[in-house]
Design a protein around this ligand. Structure first.
Ligand SMILES: [Zn+2]
Ligand SMILES: [Zn+2]
Length: 515
């Protein structure tokens, strides 16, 4: 086997960002890549682009031999804003509480926040994404942000001006960059006044009025999102954090966060590129209706291997791409398999850029030979979903079979849930009632004579082609007759390999139309 390529020999965009991160602060001991979300809703595969983008840059940094940390920040001290569809109306009572204090409507976790955290955590784990989790609630409670809260309050005037530059309706003079959580009812339905130092006074909708010292009780005061974000960059000295279009619009949170970071917290913001949207196609009606046309990583994992999902996220981040459940899935698997071969030097035409994409996608350092996904799709259908039988067919037909279980399982799931009609078939146990012309039947009989336990599918395909030509019968009629006999439909998988996959005696009898 040829030498494995140097994993960084061809620069991927993640490598370029990693270079940029290092060049900005060449002597830094540990670089910080950050991502985060408010755990109050499902993170779909489009939002997941942020998590994956950061992971690819994190991996690129490590491949360069520097120390790096991927910090995932739960914005779990955000308020519960509104009751989403599917959640009982009683949850209206919790609006204004932190999502960590809001109960889990599905009753499977300790809080609303924990429910959504666990979904993301499981998906990250499945994709081999290793992050250091931080919780905003815990950090506020510990007083991590106390000095930054003070700076924000002292700089309230400046922050207000920064925001007003981009706003149509100017913020009021008494606007504060923080919210106070009421000590009595726990909600942020308060109005507050800054008294200087660490002191604030507030009045809550519940009637509570109090004067507080947030150095003593740091959990009561939380910065607003557009101030919280740059405060975090300053506190953890974040080097890289990509974000979606919604944050990157003019006057969006990136614009204001940059200014607040520099002017109020005296800190240079991280490298913060925008990533493009992801579109979805080929989903079933049911999925698109129930999830607003946005599948999750868990949905993708029904039909995609984890490494292939990672690979899906390797194209340029300023370009949108389709996540597909239709027949294009077969192409994606093929591209991935080719990238893997390039990486391991098993490809005839080595593509270094693809090899690097694979290096960033891989979850194991061992080369595992697998049959093409399209082969699995055919074989598992011939085996009626029985993986053991399917592996026997793979072995018999000269395909890699040892480690094929997972791919066969995914192929079967794809056939049952997403595969377009032309990719689906059922081998008919009983011979369908088919009228076949004499000259076609003669060709089928000659094909039958070729079949034995060692028939090579591609050679057989060539034989079918040659024999039809010699006998002067249209090849499409031969194919149609064969498919009708086996599948009771006029189209099917490539005939030669298909026939070679079947039990030789069964296939020969069927071609000779012997029951
Ligand atoms: Zn739950
Ligand atoms: Zn209150």
């Amino acid at each position: 086997m040829p030498e494995k390529p140097d994993e960084t020999e061809v620069a991927h965009w993640a490598d370029k960002f990693a270079d940029e991160v290092i060049t900005r602060k060449p002597d830094k001991k540990e670089y910080v890549v950050e991502s985060g979300v408010t755990p109050s809703g499902v993170v779909h595969a489009g939002n997941f682009r942020e998590i994956m983008t950061q992971d690819l840059v994190f991996k690129a940094l490590k491949d360069k031999g520097v120390k790096a940390r991927y910090q995932y920040f739960w914005d779990d001290y955000d308020r519960f804003r509104k009751v989403p569809a599917g959640v009982p109306n009683e949850w209206n009572d919790y609006i204004g509480l932190p999502v960590t204090k809001t109960p889990d409507p599905w009753k499977c976790h300790d809080s609303y926040a924990d429910h959504f955290k666990s979904l993301v955590k499981n998906e990250m784990k499945a994709l081999g994404i290793n992050v250091t989790f931080k919780s905003a609630e815990e950090e506020y409670k510990k007083g991590t942000f106390t000095e930054l809260v003070k700076k924000a309050l002292e700089g309230a005037e400046k922050i207000r001006e920064i925001h007003n530059k981009f706003r149509k309706d100017e913020l009021e003079k008494d606007w504060l960059p923080v919210r106070v959580y009421c000590e009595k009812c726990g909600k942020d339905t308060t109005t507050a006044k800054y008294l200087g130092g660490y002191e604030l006074e507030y009045a809550c909708e519940c009637g509570e009025k109090a004067r507080i010292d947030f150095k003593k009780k740091p959990a009561l005061v939380k910065m607003l999102w557009r101030v919280d974000w740059p405060a975090r960059w300053a506190n953890y000295d974040v080097d890289f954090e990509s974000s979606g279009k919604e944050h990157q619009a003019s006057g969006g949170s990136v614009d204001t966060a940059d200014l607040v970071c520099r002017d109020v917290f005296n800190h240079e913001p991280p490298i913060e590129p925008m990533y493009e949207f992801i579109y979805f196609k080929g989903q079933t009606e049911k999925l698109s209706k129930s999830k607003g046309n946005a599948p999750t990583i868990t949905d993708l994992m029904e039909v995609y291997e984890p490494e292939v999902i990672r690979y899906l996220y390797t194209p340029k981040i300023n370009k949108s791409f389709d996540v597909t459940f239709d027949a294009d899935l077969l192409n994606i698997y093929n591209y991935f398999d080719e990238a893997k071969k390039s990486y391991y030097g098993k490809s005839e035409k080595k593509d270094n850029a693809e090899a690097r994409k694979y290096a960033l996608s891989k979850l194991s350092d061992k080369y595992v030979d697998l049959p093409q996904f399209s082969v699995c799709v055919n074989v598992i259908q011939i085996a009626l979903g029985d993986a053991k039988h399917a592996k026997e067919i793979l072995k018999k037909t000269g395909h890699a079979f040892k480690d094929a279980d997972e791919r066969l399982r995914l192929a079967w799931a794809w056939v049952q849930k997403y595969a377009p009609e032309q990719y689906r078939f059922i081998v008919q146990e009983k011979m369908p009632d088919v009228k076949v012309k004499k000259e076609i039947a003669d060709v089928l009989s000659l094909i039958a004579d070729q079949l034995n336990e060692n028939t090579d599918g591609d050679n057989l395909q060539q034989f079918i082609f040659n024999t039809s030509k010699e006998k002067g019968v249209p090849m499409k009629d031969v194919f149609a007759a064969a498919y009708l006999l086996f599948l009771n439909k006029e189209r099917g998988p490539k005939l030669g390999p298909f026939l070679a996959s079947l039990d030789a005696k069964f296939a020969a009898n069927r071609l000779k139309m012997i029951e």
